[in-house]
Design a protein. Structure first.
Lengths: 158, 453
């Protein structure tokens, strides 16, 4: 149980491609726990391993209002998307900023869970957005590359 | 990813306005598409965005008139983003009582900065503050002195359109038309008599929490309001009604179909009139409903399935092109043709700004071309119903006169078919012009033409 440092934009780790996880080692188990703690502490809805400096294909997501429904995805692959949603997006690695991004409104992802069992996660709206955003991190892609009309400071419009 | 930030409703509205006003897209399409993309919006935010966008469009000319009184830079010289930001902000100041003036102004200034016009945020602030502080500066043109300007600014209708209508109708009629375009629009529905009696439909709609009022002219029509998602109402899913304006239902009424008739609707989508006639045929005969594209025909198809009718089929067929097999076959041809839409500016305010004199001239010709083509399908002694949703006489009675000069048809009285309230000199002759504000309906024209032997 520990809070890890979140790398921010400019850190080259964030632009690199992550490697597949082949087995669950004790180190990976700790990483999963730490990532969940780090995400909840930062009030995020998703975090990818490269954001804490580890180039492995692992993301954690929790879009529930209560923060009690974590989704752990190892080696996730987007199998299917459909529709479109345009809305504000922000990233823990780009603090204080947000921008408008168009994403699919539905996404279906296959992955392994923390016990290396195959799972399928389907989501619409916010969950679809989070799935796409986090899986982009594993390929070194930040949402800022997809922003329509520039970044702005969070809170300026509220 | 961070928690998503509530997107600013005014920013979304501004984006929608830019699409509609600067890129000439249809307002209902842009609104539906954009709101569809922002699934996470709260219901009241959706309502706010819809009201703000529709209201601004509806009052565009009036808003520009007001802004030009206070601003040295005229609206048409402003940067597009600033001009639309000011329009929607002035709409909030003048027409949305629930928005505090300071909020409308502050949000506009923030939005100008956020959109990269920080240098103009002072200008936006200045104009809006001036409007808030000195409301007495707004003086509309005097009705007695400048009637055309008065109508144009007061009802947000371009001057050429005001003049065009004044050349065809009395001043008081034109004013009544414009007045009615700002009234609350209820949804008219037609009861599917094959499935349910009107009184039972009323009960079942009321059970779903819908407010139901009687139709104006017809016993099987209702006006409904206070519903959330019409398409999720049980009676809708059951196919017990169809959304259709009462004026358009009159087409079915004056068609006077007989059991076993073969009917062609040449521009049928979304199918209201064709479906009505299929219902009146009570399972007999056949309605061949056509339109120009797959997408339009699919709309008809959805409705056929829902209303569970089996004497109606669809076909992709351009009304401008002759389909030889149909020549001389139809007992009844329905030709509800593309038109300027001047009868529905209340429901579709974009028409006021997108229509031009040149387009009207083209539409008159399109109607003639289609009539010229589809009159071939009518049997001797058969009927052609010609209708439009405009009040512009060039597209209506004048085109009927042109048609009678060129083809062997005659007008036939609809006196006994139309509801009593609508009977007049012209119904005896064989046609009817409905005028919004005079009749409680859309503007609509119908003529019944019989092919001579």
């Amino acid at each position: 149980m520990a809070i890890r440092n979140i790398r921010t934009i400019g850190d080259t780790t964030l632009t690199k491609k992550s490697k597949e996880i082949t087995e669950i080692t004790p180190k990976i188990k700790v990483l999963i726990e730490d990532m969940l703690d780090t995400m909840y502490e930062a009030q995020g809805v998703g975090l990818a391993a490269p954001q804490v400096g580890i180039l492995k294909r692992l993301v954690v997501i929790d879009v529930s209002a209560e923060g009690d429904s974590p989704i752990i995805l190892i080696n996730p692959v987007i199998e299917e998307t459909s529709g479109e949603q345009t809305g504000e997006e922000g990233c823990l690695s780009v603090p204080g900023k947000s921008g408008t991004v168009t994403r699919p409104n539905y996404a279906k992802v296959t992955a392994l869970n923390e016990n290396m069992e195959e799972i399928t996660v389907e989501g619409t709206e916010l969950l679809a957005r989070a799935l796409c955003h986090e899986i982009d991190h594993l390929d070194g892609v930040l949402y800022v590359e997809k922003v329509i009309g520039g970044l702005h400071k969070v809170g300026e419009d509220d | 990813m961070t928690k998503t930030i509530n997107s600013n409703t005014r920013e979304i509205a501004l984006g929608i306005l830019m699409e509609i006003v600067e890129k000439n897209n249809f307002s209902h399409q842009v609104l539906n598409r954009t709101l569809g993309q922002y699934q996470a919006l709260e219901k009241q935010d959706r309502a706010f965005i819809t009201r703000l966008c529709e209201g601004t469009i509806e009052r565009l000319i009036t808003l520009d008139f007001i802004i030009n009184i206070y601003s040295n830079v005229k609206v048409n010289k402003m940067k597009p983003l600033i001009r639309n930001l000011l329009r929607m902000s002035v709409y909030q100041l003048r027409y949305m009582n629930q928005v505090p003036d300071s909020a409308a102004c502050n949000e506009a200034v923030k939005l100008a900065k956020k959109k990269g016009f920080a240098s103009l945020s002072g200008f936006v602030n200045g104009v809006l503050r001036n409007i808030i502080r000195n409301p007495e500066k707004v003086i509309f043109p005097e009705e007695a002195k400048e009637p055309v300007k008065f109508l144009s600014v007061n009802y947000s209708v371009p001057e050429w359109m005001v003049n065009h209508l004044l050349s065809q109708y009395e001043y008081s009629v034109v004013k009544a038309m414009f007045d009615s375009s700002f009234e609350d629009k209820k949804t008219s529905i037609r009861c599917n008599l094959n499935q349910i009696e009107p009184k039972d439909l009323k009960v079942s709609l009321e059970k779903s929490g819908v407010k139901v009022e009687e139709g104006t002219f017809l016993p099987f029509a209702f006006q409904i309001s206070e519903y959330n998602f019409l398409e999720q109402l049980e009676p809708f899913l059951q196919g017990q009604f169809l959304v259709q304006d009462e004026s358009s239902m009159l087409v079915g009424v004056i068609a006077g179909v007989k059991q076993g008739d073969y009917v062609i609707d040449v521009c049928a989508a979304p199918g209201g009139k064709a479906l009505h006639i299929a219902e009146l045929l009570q399972g007999s005969g056949h309605v061949d409903s056509r339109d120009v594209s797959d997408r339009k025909v699919a709309l008809i198809h959805d409705n056929i399935k829902r209303l569970k009718l089996n004497n109606i089929t669809t076909k992709v067929q351009d009304a401008m092109k002759l389909e030889e097999e149909s020549i001389g076959k139809a007992d009844l041809v329905i030709a509800d043709l593309p038109c300027s839409g001047l009868g529905i500016i209340g429901k579709k305010p974009d028409i006021k700004y997108n229509m031009t004199k040149e387009k009207i001239t083209q539409l008159v010709q399109v109607q003639r071309d289609i009539l010229n083509n589809v009159q071939n399908y009518v049997k001797p002694d058969g009927i052609l119903i010609f209708s439009t949703c405009t009040v512009n006489k060039e597209e209506n009675i004048e085109n009927v006169r042109w048609f009678l000069e060129h083809f062997h048809f005659q007008l036939e009285s609809i006196e006994d078919m139309v509801p009593e309230a609508l009977r007049n000199k012209t119904t005896k002759e064989g046609y009817l012009q409905l005028i919004p504000g005079i009749h409680d309906s859309d503007g609509f024209f119908i003529a019944r033409l019989k092919k001579c032997k």
